[in-house]
Design a protein around this ligand. Structure first.
Ligand code: PMV
Length: 360
């Protein structure tokens, strides 16, 4: 697979529309991506659940420029307020994608966006946000080149999203997405996410994810810095091998519906991700004391009830509590009565696995 596939051919139609809207969800990795090379190529393959409720809704407004300008003109509006602070990131994104979507120089853009999850909740909005923008831009491209088919559209949208937010390339489809080349997953690629292609047991249908908001502040170390610390990390080569092996284990688990094995694999992946942070140079810790207290409570609850509930973490202190739908009532009650007291302002979000982005 080469990137030349994503270079545009001549556009045949003029653009007549003025705006396009997409809603794109967040996602949570079961097998984690941590470590990348230029530009946004993962050092190991990852697999994620697409979420449903946590999403970004974006309308992209565009207007053709009168004269040719060798730069980008983008305004970002979040929840109705102009946010100049986000525009540098979009400029960087546009400079990465201009080779593949050259028309980004020909228009002025307003990105009008809002998140379903509370602002500054500590939930990263880059995966949902950048995937929504990528889809809007691809929609523009398809209007100018109507021969683009659905498969190419979704692959290129994921390819473009990846250049803005690595994990964002896993948000377009659902319920499970693979990103990164794995020898046993046909069609997998470092360049874009694909829908998980194998059998999934009914135990994983409508899987539940409760996101416990432990720390809603700004992270002390960004994931960009964290990924970079995997260069020359003493454990990096074995971590990348392990992720590849864990994907094989996950394929078996998803097929058999073995929830005990799922719980142990997913928790091990989360703790390994944070172990990489603890053993980076310089080292850092993104978990907070309440992250550990929640983990302890989950383990105790699991021991006492035998309900196969587990946790996973992304690059932060918040905890994702994963469980099968049939235990929804018991686990939600446990979260309300026990785990919520470890959350900042007792905040948590009940989400579940979703099917990906939609055009509005
Ligand atoms: O896409 P980024 O650069 O924000 O990195 C995401 C990394 C993790 O959330 C920690 C793991 C993952 O695979 O999503």
């Amino acid at each position: 697979m080469t990137i030349s596939k994503f270079l545009p051919s001549e556009y045949t139609q003029a653009l007549t529309s003025k705006s396009v809207s997409y809603a794109s969800p967040s996602n949570i990795a079961l097998i984690k991506y941590w470590g990348k090379q230029s530009v946004q190529i993962p050092k190991n393959p990852s697999v994620s659940f697409t979420l449903n409720t946590c999403k970004t809704t974006t309308t992209l407004h565009y207007e053709k420029r009168e004269t040719f300008e060798d730069d980008f003109e983008v305004k970002v509006v979040l929840d109705g307020k102009h946010k100049p602070g986000f525009e540098a990131k979009i400029h960087q994104f546009f400079s990465r994608i201009v080779t593949y979507l050259p028309f980004v120089k020909d228009y002025t853009f307003v990105i009008d966006t809002s998140n379903s999850f509370p602002h500054s909740s500590g939930i990263a909005s880059s995966a949902s946000g950048l995937s929504a923008i990528a889809l809007c831009l691809m929609d523009m491209e398809r209007e100018m080149q109507p021969s683009i088919d659905d498969q190419y559209f979704i692959q290129k949208a994921s390819f473009i999203a990846r250049l803005g937010s690595g994990s964002g390339c896993r948000s377009l489809e659902g319920p499970l997405v693979v990103w990164g080349e794995h020898q046993d997953i046909k069609g997998s690629s470092d360049l874009f996410g694909i829908s998980y292609p194998y059998e999934v047991h009914e135990n994983f249908e409508d899987y539940q994810d409760a996101i416990l908001l432990v720390d809603q502040g700004e992270k002390q170390v960004s994931s960009t810095v964290g990924h970079n610390l995997m260069h020359n990390h003493p454990f990096a080569p074995s971590r990348f091998d392990q992720a590849n092996e864990n994907i094989l284990k996950l394929i078996e688990i998803l097929k058999s519906g073995d929830l005990d094995a799922f719980v142990h694999l997913v928790e091990s992946e989360a703790l390994t991700l944070h172990a990489m942070m603890l053993t980076s140079t310089p080292y850092f810790i993104l978990m907070k004391p309440n992250t550990l207290k929640i983990i302890d409570e989950i383990w105790e609850f699991r021991r006492e009830t035998s309900i196969p509930v587990c946790f996973t973490l992304d690059a932060g202190a918040n905890v994702h509590v994963l469980f099968p739908k049939k235990y929804k009532e018991e686990v939600q009650e446990f979260i309300k009565s026990t785990l919520s007291s470890y959350c900042q302002d007792k905040r948590y979000i009940f989400d579940n696995v979703g099917i990906g982005a939609i055009k509005l």
